[in-house]
Design a protein around this ligand. Structure first.
Ligand SMILES: Nc1nc2c(c(=O)[nH]1)N[C@H]1C(S)=C(S)[C@@H](COP(=O)(O)OP(=O)(O)OC[C@H]3O[C@@H](n4cnc5c(=O)[nH]c(N)nc54)[C@H](O)[C@@H]3O)O[C@H]1N2
Ligand SMILES: Nc1nc2c(c(=O)[nH]1)N[C@H]1C(S)=C(S)[C@@H](COP(=O)(O)OP(=O)(O)OC[C@H]3O[C@@H](n4cnc5c(=O)[nH]c(N)nc54)[C@H](O)[C@@H]3O)O[C@H]1N2
Ligand SMILES: [Mo]
Length: 765
């Protein structure tokens, strides 16, 4: 690793931690979920702080859960409105452990980098601004103003504003994201990659093309009375546990749930809802039908279902909604003709699902029109991620399941405010209308050239075309694909700046100079001049609400995100700019007034975000497709994926365990999959293990070979698992080393983290 200018490890310890295997727990949540929630909370925050915080989370006057973007109930339970993973996210942020100047004096970045991501996160909250000077391996304290001066002077040194990149992770508030996006533009660049590029960008592109808005169309209540909910490529029991209550309501009302997933995930098997008494005792079966599709074979599967529905419709003319198709869509005849190009047996074989199950799915759908499709990373993170989603949209359009109650699209967002960040202007592409409003209301001309998205940013830094990299949250090194490539990219920067709450590997593998700017978390009180400030967020369904923290901040030396961005901007512009940054950083109401004027659909946010908040406009809900070709929703033709797997190659998906939030590792257990105290595991079908002559817990290396370049993830323990033959699963981020930086979804450029071609070989130990 001589290329690295500090001797830092990009993986940390790869030692095994002492695995224990048990039967997977097949009931999600329940009393065990509550117990786990409280155990994590008490350990990190103590009992009093935990109870106060948990009872305020997702309540009308409280703060928005820092975990996923699933909407809060409009009638929150007095018992507390949170899930196990929300409680873990809160405990993680509100921990009383601290990472201060003494800590960094004791531990060099080289030493810290030898630890695992789990160990790094456990040290606690970052509590004062720190700088890593060129050549040094120890962070040292720095005054806030000196930090802003340092960044400003590096920015001024650049030959072009496009040599700076401003990344955003989806935890930031609308107010912070707005200021940040406007600062990047005022500085002169659209280089604004965000976590969304690695996440739901494929959904945004697919929905934009077909329905005219890159967001979902359903509201929370729509799920309650849907007739069929399809959950495809999503693991709600772990990643969106509060969604299970909505599925439960749907089922109580007679709806059916179909799960489409290579794995039979626990939350979709059975759910005990701890919000009501009965849920402590008995569980509710969730999915009525599970289709164990092969990785990335959703298109053949959906095509087969559509083809069979088309046959039925030919006879009865009642299966598809012909009036809807006629009035609102274009492309129907072409799609119907295209079905003839596919052989049913071939589609069936590719999908990996049994014919009986397909027939059952067809019978669930044939006479129903209130259909919702929910999805997440299992559809987006493939080369054909955009087409995957378009194919599911075809199903909804043919059934007329769009723009009416209890039907529609439901991309389930990841980070709690990832959708809001985009709505207020975090984007690498140019939005002409937005630019005009910026010019009119903010008084400066924003750049008109498209900027870098995440993969673009990695490449630009790697090729030394970008030299300053600032991150508003996140853990870029571990989140991005191709860890080694990304590490080199970061190290080639002159300056890397992390606005963060917790320690992670991106603080250790850095540019020549690095800054840590510690910030206030979602759960904390944000006071200014004796007044408590609040901010706003947008959930997965487009509702804007307020969020107000209540806990004492981790330290007096941390600064809120809007304030630190404003102070940086003020320093950079030396007080001479059309925007009064300093004042904006102090008064979030003023930021909201600008958001109302500049961001599309926001209006009177100050008053309307109170209580249950307000919905941003959504053309699909109004059946308005006027922005699309011929003013119609687009039915599309989507090709079958073509992977050309070699004889010895498998398809690997990188997924989340039940004990992590993205790159933040809360613990080493994944009880829903029966794995305890270890993350370096590879889930494999037992027949595949047999044919490779492998036994349970054999140590293997996983290799990918793209364009002749070999990438290896070393030392994983093989576990026999209920996964279709030829498919593998392992945890992210440990396996990100395998994902080639230059292989991503067409159009959305989302890395192919869910379909990586790999070979598996026993390691010599
Ligand atoms: N507790 C917790 N909550 C989280 C997160 C977290 O890490 N922890 N992360 C947040 C973020 S940012 C996001 S984006 C979401 C992620 O939420 P998910 O998308 O649920 O997360 P993944 O673990 O990536 O799971 C992907 C699922 O898709 C399935 N899958 C993989 N490939 C395919 C395929 O080709 N077809 C089909 N049909 N299924 C497939 C996998 O088996 C798995 O069940 O969760 C958010 N919420
Ligand atoms: N192989 C593979 N790679 C993936 C994925 C996958 O499924 N497989 N999933 C992708 C997805 S969906 C996503 S969204 C990305 C996630 O990418 P990121 O959003 O970049 O990563 P996170 O792990 O969520 O970021 C965690 C860090 O955020 C900081 N943080 C937490 N809260 C706050 C806050 O309130 N403010 C600030 N400023 N900082 C905060 C903490 O320091 C913490 O260490 O990863 C992507 N990468
Ligand atoms: Mo995400």
């Amino acid at each position: 690793m001589q290329e690295f200018h500090r001797n830092v490890s990009i993986s940390g310890s790869e030692e095994f931690t002492g695995i224990d295997l048990k039967e997977p727990i097949r009931v999600a949540a329940g009393a065990l979920g509550v117990k786990e929630a409280l155990r994590h909370s008490f350990k990190e925050m103590g009992i009093v702080r935990s109870m106060r915080a948990l009872l305020e989370m997702n309540q009308k006057d409280g703060f928005d859960c820092p975990s996923c973007a699933w909407p809060d109930s409009e009638h929150p339970s007095k018992l507390g409105e949170y899930c196990e993973n929300g409680a873990k996210a809160l405990a993680d942020e509100a921990t009383i452990k601290k990472v201060d100047a003494d800590f960094f004096k004791k531990y060099s970045v080289e030493k810290l980098s030898l630890l695992t991501d789990y160990q790094l996160n456990k040290f606690g909250r970052l509590v004062e601004p720190m700088v890593l000077r060129p050549g040094s391996i120890h962070y040292e304290p720095i005054e806030w103003q000196e930090a802003f001066d340092l960044i400003s002077s590096e920015l001024r040194k650049l030959d072009s504003p496009d040599e700076a990149i401003f990344y955003t992770s989806g935890r930031s508030s609308n107010e912070a994201a707005f200021l940040y996006g406007m600062f990047a533009r005022a500085f002169g660049t659209n280089n604004m990659p965000d976590c969304s590029n690695m996440c739901h960008e494929s959904s945004g592109v697919a929905l934009g093309e077909t329905l005219g808005i890159g967001k979902g169309s359903v509201k929370l209540e729509d799920l309650y009375k849907a007739e069929v909910i399809i959950v495809a490529g999503q693991n709600p029991g772990t990643n969106h546990p509060r969604m299970l209550s909505a599925l439960e309501k749907c089922k109580k009302n007679g709806g059916k749930v179909i799960s489409i997933n290579p794995l039979e995930e626990t939350g979709l098997v059975n759910f005990k809802n701890p919000q009501h008494l009965k849920g402590w005792i008995s569980g509710e079966d969730m999915a009525d039908l599970h289709l164990a599709v092969n990785i990335n074979q959703d298109i053949p599967l959906v095509k087969l279902i559509l083809k069979k529905l088309a046959v039925l419709d030919k006879k009865e003319r009642t299966v598809f909604d012909h009036e809807f198709i006629e009035t609102y869509t274009q492309g129907y005849e072409k799609l119907l003709a295209d079905f003839d190009n596919y052989d049913e047996d071939e589609l069936l074989c590719l999908s990996g699902v049994g014919l009986e199950k397909i027939e059952e799915a067809v019978s669930f759908l044939a006479n129903k029109s209130k259909i919702i499709v929910c999805w997440a990373m299992g559809l987006t993170q493939h080369k054909n991620g955009v087409e995957n989603i378009r194919e599911y949209v075809n199903l909804l359009l043919l059934k007329g399941a769009i723009g009416k109650p209890n039907a529609g699209t439901c991309p389930v967002r990841g980070h709690s405010n990832v959708q809001g960040d985009r709505s207020v202007g975090i984007m690498h592409f140019v939005d002409e209308a937005l630019n005009k409003r910026i010019e009119k209301h903010l008084g400066f001309k924003p750049p008109g050239k498209e900027g870098y998205d995440t993969v673009g940013a990695m490449k630009a830094m790697h090729d030394e075309k970008a030299k300053v990299f600032m991150c508003l949250g996140g853990n870029f090194l571990m989140a991005a694909s191709d860890t080694e490539y990304t590490a080199k990219a970061l190290q080639r920067c002159d300056l890397t700046v992390q606005v963060s709450t917790k320690l992670n590997r991106t603080h250790l593998v850095t540019g020549k100079t690095a800054l840590i700017l510690p910030t206030v978390g979602r759960s904390e009180k944000d006071m200014k001049n004796g007044q408590q400030r609040y901010f706003t967020v947008e959930n997965s369904m487009g509702r804007v609400t307020q969020s107000k923290g209540l806990l004492k901040p981790a330290s007096e030396k941390i600064m809120s995100e809007p304030e630190l961005i404003a102070q940086l901007a003020d320093t950079y512009f030396k007080g001479e700019h059309s925007m009064d940054w300093k004042v904006l950083g102090e008064d979030y109401n003023l930021i909201r007034q600008y958001i109302d004027k500049v961001a599309k659909g926001f209006e009177k946010t100050e008053e309307r975000s109170k209580g249950p908040g307000y919905y941003l406009p959504n053309n699909v809900r109004e059946l308005d497709f006027s922005k699309l070709p011929n003013g119609k929703a687009q039915i599309t033709i989507n090709n079958l994926p073509n992977h050309d797997l070699k004889e010895d190659e498998f398809m690997l998906m990188t997924i989340r365990s039940h004990d992590q939030f993205n790159t933040t590792i809360y613990g080493l257990d994944d009880r829903y999959r029966g794995v305890y105290n270890e993350r370096r595991v590879l889930f494999m079908n037992s027949e595949d293990m047999e044919s490779l002559n492998m036994k349970k817990l054999d140590v293997v290396n996983i290799r990918s070979n793209y364009d002749g370049q070999i990438r290896t993830a070393k030392k994983f323990l093989v576990i026999p698992y209920n996964i279709p033959k030829g498919n593998l699963a392992a945890y992210f981020p440990e396996t990100n080393v395998l994902v080639p930086y230059n292989h991503f979804a067409e159009k959305s450029k989302t890395p192919i983290s869910k379909s990586i071609k790999v070979t598996v070989k026993k390691a010599s130990v």
